[in-house]
Design a protein around this ligand. Structure first.
Ligand code: ZN
Ligand code: ZN
Length: 266
């Protein structure tokens, strides 16, 4: 009997790495015995082990090759030639294609950020508790985890709070100006969250977070940044709050609730 071991669906991170290979080879991905497929297979196995133990058949070179070929069904160059790509595949593939296929340079940066973190065995990658309200960044769950980890680093966050307190005398949300101490008295004193503002694909292993990389946000605003894709920049969040509070905008909006969110990397 064949083993019933079934591989989990490809994650966004994995699809990004496969699409990067596909695009680098201009829609003609190297064959299943190629060095490239083998190396990507190894990288995916290390990435997979960051999130649990992958089985022995996890993302072998053949699987890598098949996944790359899956992208052909979205590729206009291929479709225009009258051929039809593999029809199997999931919705996430299409999403990753739509996000990155026409931005090869960004794709390259995201893919290399992911592989850098995997290959460097970044000890920063100790899992942070999963937050159900945080939607994974366009750039995948590994870089999402790096983001969460860095903005929760007590030492730098406390430094940031001290600096702002010294400068302004209070700890107010940079998007909506909410001040926990003003609202909750002594219980709210010193409380505010920090958000790492750098686009996640620019985060590299071993980087030192600088004070200016962090923005102080109230818990609501921080949630709103991360609740949907793409994540919002602090500037866009501010504009969103402003637009939502203007009665005129509300009356004429007819279901068009807020200005379209702007990705951190557009
Ligand atoms: Zn706020
Ligand atoms: Zn954040």
């Amino acid at each position: 009997m064949e083993s019933k071991e079934r591989n989990p669906d490809w994650t966004r991170d994995e699809l990004i790495l496969a699409l990067d290979l596909y695009i680098r080879f201009k829609g003609n991905p190297p064959g299943k015995t190629s060095q490239e497929d083998l190396m990507l297979s190894q990288l995916l196995n290390r990435l997979g082990s960051e999130f649990g133990k992958p089985g022995s058949k996890y993302r072998n070179a053949n699987g890598v090759y098949m996944k790359c070929m899956n992208f052909r069904r979205f590729d206009p160059a291929y479709k225009n030639s009258g051929k039809v790509g593999l029809q199997r595949g999931n919705k996430l593939e299409e999403e990753v294609w739509r996000t990155f296929a026409d931005k090869p340079e960004l794709l390259r940066e995201v893919a290399s950020a992911i592989s850098d973190h995997v290959l460097n065995d970044d000890s920063n990658l100790a899992p942070v508790d999963d937050d159900e309200e945080t939607v994974e960044a366009d750039e995948g769950r590994l870089l999402t985890r790096v983001h969460r980890h860095r903005e929760r680093s007590k030492k730098i966050v406390n430094k940031k709070k001290d600096a702002i307190l010294k400068k302004t005398g209070r700890l107010a949300c940079e998007a909506c100006d909410f001040d926990f101490q003003a609202a909750y008295g002594a219980r709210g004193s010193g409380f505010i969250e920090a958000h790492h503002t750098k686009p996640v694909h620019t985060l590299r292993p071993g980087d030192k977070t600088k004070l200016e990389d962090l923005a102080l946000l109230c818990a609501n605003c921080h949630r709103m940044v991360h609740v949907r894709q793409p994540w919002l920049t602090v500037e866009t969040l501010r504009a969103t709050i402003k637009a939502a509070s203007e009665p005129a905008a509300k009356d004429t909006s007819k279901g068009d609730l807020a200005p379209s969110p702007q990705s951190a990397f557009t």
